[in-house]
Design a protein around this ligand. Structure first.
Ligand code: PGA
Length: 254
């Protein structure tokens, strides 16, 4: 499956909105967000709400669904986990990999993110690889080095033929859920850096086709400024994607 069309407007619900709340959300959101010709809207509900979300989206193929995490194996004795083929079977198109909460709260390693990206691609889905530095790393002038260390092993594992299925999300850890948003300049600079790594791995044409999203305290009142920054191909929104009117306003910002 190839990466979604830019601009990509993605909502990550994290561990919020159970099945009933998911149905209520879409009743509100779909009324406010008619189908559009350009761009893509994607939601990452919790796995337990996925079926309710899919049901609510009957008749709206313009809104796609993804899952927030998968295991790298296709199946087995891994209590509590879901696999990429199962996500595909359930109707997911995309999978978040290496979200900062997976890395920093659950201790997910770079090697695991590489295995997960491989598993997602094998299942025919689009991995959204999340990368981003912590505040101490930025202050120490190591932001690019940290992002490169998260990105490079994945690029080495993904061959050119599969590269157009990739999405990258730059999410500085210090901006996630904090209300502190990166300036468009800072976001733009890191997006250029990520693009340069993609160019080195795959060449300019393929690198230009890979969407690079910004995430971290995106809200209706700052979305337009971020989305019009050159090189920012979309947004990955946590808190502000939980409210139908708020997320519809973010989608309307482009
Ligand atoms: P936030 O989360 O928008 O609530 O900062 C973003 C994310 O974690 O993807």
């Amino acid at each position: 499956m190839s990466a979604p069309q830019k601009p990509v407007l993605a909502g990550n619900w994290k561990m919020k909105h159970g099945p009933s709340e998911a149905a209520r959300f879409f009743a509100g959101f779909l009324a406010l967000h008619p189908p559009r010709e350009t761009g893509s809207v994607v939601f990452f509900p919790p796995a337990i709400s996925f079926a309710a979300a899919r049901e609510a989206l009957q008749g709206r193929p313009d809104v796609r669904l993804g899952v927030q995490n998968v295991h790298w194996e296709a199946g087995g004795a891994f209590t509590g986990e879901t696999s990429a083929p199962m996500a595909a079977d359930a109707g997911a198109a995309l999978v978040l990999v290496g979200h900062s909460e997976r890395r920093w709260v659950f201790g997910e390693t770079v090697a695991e993110t590489v295995d997960k990206v491989r598993a997602v691609l094998r299942a025919g889905l689009v991995p959204v690889l999340c990368v981003g530095e912590r505040l101490d790393e930025r202050r120490a002038g190591r932001a690019e080095a940290v992002v490169a260390a998260q990105l490079q092993p994945v690029l080495e594992a993904v061959p050119l033929a599969a590269a157009r299925s990739l999405v990258v999300a730059y999410e500085p850890v210090w901006a996630i859920g904090t209300g502190v948003v990166a300036t468009p300049d800072d976001a733009g600079a890191m997006h250029r850096f990520v693009r340069s790594r993609l160019e080195a791995a795959y060449g300019g044409e393929t690198a230009a086709a890979i969407p690079i999203l910004y995430g971290g305290s995106v809200k209706p009142d700052n979305a337009r400024e971020l989305l019009t920054e050159p090189g920012v191909d979309g947004v990955l929104v946590g808190g502000a994607s939980l409210d139908p009117a708020g997320f519809a306003a973010i989608c309307a910002a482009v």
